[in-house]
Design a binder for this molecule. Structure first.
Ligand code: ZN
Length: 236
């Protein structure tokens, strides 16, 4: 990207007449300079989560909707500040998303309806506490009860799924019962959040992506043994 696009004063006039369009590399360079961190940027078509920041030491995994390729310096600045300090508020960013989502909606898959409150369990509550206890609040994805489809197979791998395309966790409503122990549904949510954190995708009916590191972290779940033991004798 032309350095001027990021707002030296003398370029302000040019910004008004030139279409402002950055490449992914431009944005990576910009966020590197603005934050002093190592930036791994993915530009997405994700219509559920427009911005997602994952921090690990000096390494930042940043996912931005492609609308941000056209964002002005004030918006990018706000994102940079947010990368440096997650507590920073982001009013400009929110306004930008509101203003642009209509324009992008036509070419995007329809925004998925998220439903977290079930009859017995609230997924958002479970997600929030696991995020706090195990990830230091570092996971940012959506979670919802899955819509049950005909012929839905009751297998371990269909209890939950994580789509990196939409950055969304889906949990089968079969777990939304008082006969399901809390530690077990928490374990399923934790498992899917690990996928979100490690950014591997699990597809129904395909080979599972569970690396050694994944399995190691999975065992960090405090009630791992209890959940696994219950699962062996599970009745849904
Ligand atoms: Zn998995």
């Amino acid at each position: 990207m032309d350095r001027r696009a990021f707002g030296d004063e003398e370029s302000e006039v040019e910004q008004l007449v030139l279409p402002l369009r950055h490449s992914g590399d431009d944005l990576t360079d910009y966020f590197k300079r603005a934050t002093g961190k190592i930036i791994s940027l993915t530009v997405t078509d994700n219509s559920v989560s427009m911005v997602s920041v994952r921090r690990k030491g000096n390494l930042v995994s940043l996912r931005l909707h492609r609308m941000f390729l056209e964002a002005g310096i004030d918006i990018l600045n706000e994102i940079a500040e947010f990368i440096k300090s997650p507590k920073k508020r982001t009013p400009l960013l929110r306004k930008f998303v509101r203003q642009n989502s209509n324009r992008f909606l036509k070419t995007m898959p329809r925004k998925a309806r998220l439903r977290t409150q079930g009859n017995h369990y609230d997924l958002q509550t479970i997600y929030d506490s696991i995020n706090r206890d195990y990830f230091g609040g570092g996971v940012s994805c959506s979670i919802t009860w899955a819509v049950r489809s005909p012929g839905y197979a009751v297998k371990k791998r269909t209890l939950g799924s994580y789509s990196s395309q939409t950055n969304t966790i889906r949990i089968t409503p079969l777990l939304d019962k008082r006969t399901i122990p809390r530690c077990f549904i928490e374990f399923v949510v934790y498992h899917e959040m690990l996928h979100a954190d490690m950014d591997t995708q699990e597809r129904k009916g395909r080979r599972l992506v569970h690396s050694q590191e994944f399995r190691r972290r999975e065992k960090l779940f405090k009630q791992y043994e209890k959940a696994i033991t219950w699962e062996r004798g599970r009745r849904f």
